[in-house]
Structure formats: structure tokens, C-alpha cells
Design a protein around this ligand. Structure first.
Ligand code: DX5
Ligand code: ZN
Length: 221
């Protein structure tokens, strides 16, 4: 379970991160947008560094939605990232960038957009620590889940090696997470469904598919 802080209240970012970590989020997912690879701008290394200072032991999963990821891996590694994912659409031969990311002490992920054919991801199957299937067009939180990417998840799940993780990102809710898990996804990224909920712990449990603790029934009179 990875909480994407893109939908957090930025005016209270540390409180929001503390709340989702306390509620059971395993990772903080940091969406980086350059206004070029995607039509939006978001967070840079300074935000990552601030989150790292506030949460020394949180796992920081950085998603680079940028045209030139090689330029940003060092700044984000220095800012305390644990993991860096870049897109196959901008690095069709990902081996060397994955190696550079590992040399900086981070794990390396490769993401694929909804419209990109799965064959393009083949070179990443040998080199990435994590494969990320986008289930929305990247750039914004709050979009509808694209169920047509689920066969891609199943295919990656079958072909990946046991030490590779499969992550999905976009439109994940308690309802859509059921199909994600059934198609082999292990890491569920969620922004709007989590930060828009009234009870973060209950929402995380629901997305994980854990039974919701029912309120204790009153004893019969
Ligand atoms: C989309 C980002 C996602 C986004 C998910 O471009 O990569 O991480 O924050 O938002 P929701 O969960 O609202 O679809
Ligand atoms: Zn993301």
C-alpha cells in the first residue's frame, strides 16, 4: 500500500504523511512531473528532502514522470529517495539507467503508460526491481481506473522474477483494488481515494482487502 501524497493537503504535508503512515501505509509515493512528459507540474527534490527530514525511516517511492529522468536521479537520491521509477516511453533501453540508480543506493523501477504495448517493457523485465503499470494517463490524481490495463498486469505477473515487484498507479480504490490483486499486483498506489476518505486506516484496510472491523453489536436486552 503506497500513499501518493499528490492528493495530500500540501499546507499540512507533514501531518498528512504522519497520518497515512500511522494508518498503515507501507510507502510514501512521490509524484514528480515536469510539465513536458505530462501536462502538469508537481514536486521536486526539495519536497522529497523535506519529507525525508520529517520521516527518517519512511520508504520514499519516487515516480519520475519526466522526459529526462537521468538528469534527476542524483538530486532525488541525495534528497533521500529509496526508490526511483522512470518511464519506458522515454528510456526504451532501461538497463543502464537502472544500474545508475542502483549505484546511487536506490532500487529502480520502470513504468508503462496505459497505451504503451507490453512488449516495450521486455528489456525492463531483466533489469528493474519494480514494474509499474499506469492505470490512468499520468499527470493528475482523481481519474477513473482503466480496467483495460489488467491483462498487462497479469502478463507481467507471470513473467517477472520472484524478487521483482508489480505496482499499479491510478484510480485505485477499495473496489478497483480487488481486480488489481486478482491480476497479480502487489503494490497499490492511491491518492484521491485515500486522502479523500474520512478514515485513512479503514480506507487502507479496504484497499488491501482486509476485513473491516464491524462495530461491536449491542447485547440483546
Ligand atoms: C498520476 C500519478 C498517481 C496519482 C494517483 O499521474 O502518478 O500517483 O497520484 O492518483 P489517484 O489515486 O487519485 O488516481
Ligand atoms: Zn504515481
Amino acid at each position: 500500500m503506497a500513499a501518493s501524497i499528490l492528493s495530500a493537503d500540501f499546507g499540512h504535508l507533514a501531518d498528512e504523511c504522519a497520518a497515512v503512515l500511522d494508518a498503515g501505509s507501507d510507502l510514501l509515493h512521490i509524484d514528480v512531473m515536469d510539465g513536458h512528459f505530462v501536462p502538469n507540474l508537481s514536486m521536486g527534490p526539495a519536497v522529497c528532502a523535506a519529507v525525508r527530514r520529517a520521516f527518517p525511516s519512511a520508504f520514499l517511492d519516487v515516480h519520475l514522470m519526466v522526459t529526462d529522468p537521468a538528469k534527476f536521479i542524483e538530486p532525488f537520491a541525495e534528497a533521500g529517495a529509496d526508490h526511483l521509477t522512470f518511464h519506458i516511453e522515454v528510456e526504451p533501453q532501461p538497463e543502464s539507467l537502472c544500474r545508475s540508480i542502483r549505484d546511487l543506493g536506490c532500487s529502480a523501477g520502470v513504468a508503462i503508460n496505459p497505451e504503451t504495448p507490453i512488449e516495450k517493457l521486455r528489456p525492463a523485465l531483466d533489469s528493474a526491481d519494480l514494474l509499474l503499470v499506469m492505470s490512468v494517463h499520468p499527470g493528475f490524481s482523481g481519474q477513473k481506473f482503466l480496467a483495460e490495463v489488467l491483462p498487462k498486469c497479469a502478463a507481467i505477473s507471470e513473467r517477472r522474477s520472484p524478487n521483482q515487484r508489480l505496482e499499479i498507479d491510478g484510480g485505485v480504490t477499495a473496489a478497483t483494488a480487488v481486480a488489481c490483486r486478482a491480476h497479480g499486483v502487489e503494490v497499490l498506489v492511491t491518492a484521491s481515494a485515500l486522502f479523500g476518505s474520512a478514515d485513512y486506516a479503514a480506507e487502507i484496510a479496504a484497499i488491501r482487502g482486509e476485513p473491516v472491523t464491524a462495530p461491536t453489536a449491542s447485547p440483546p436486552r
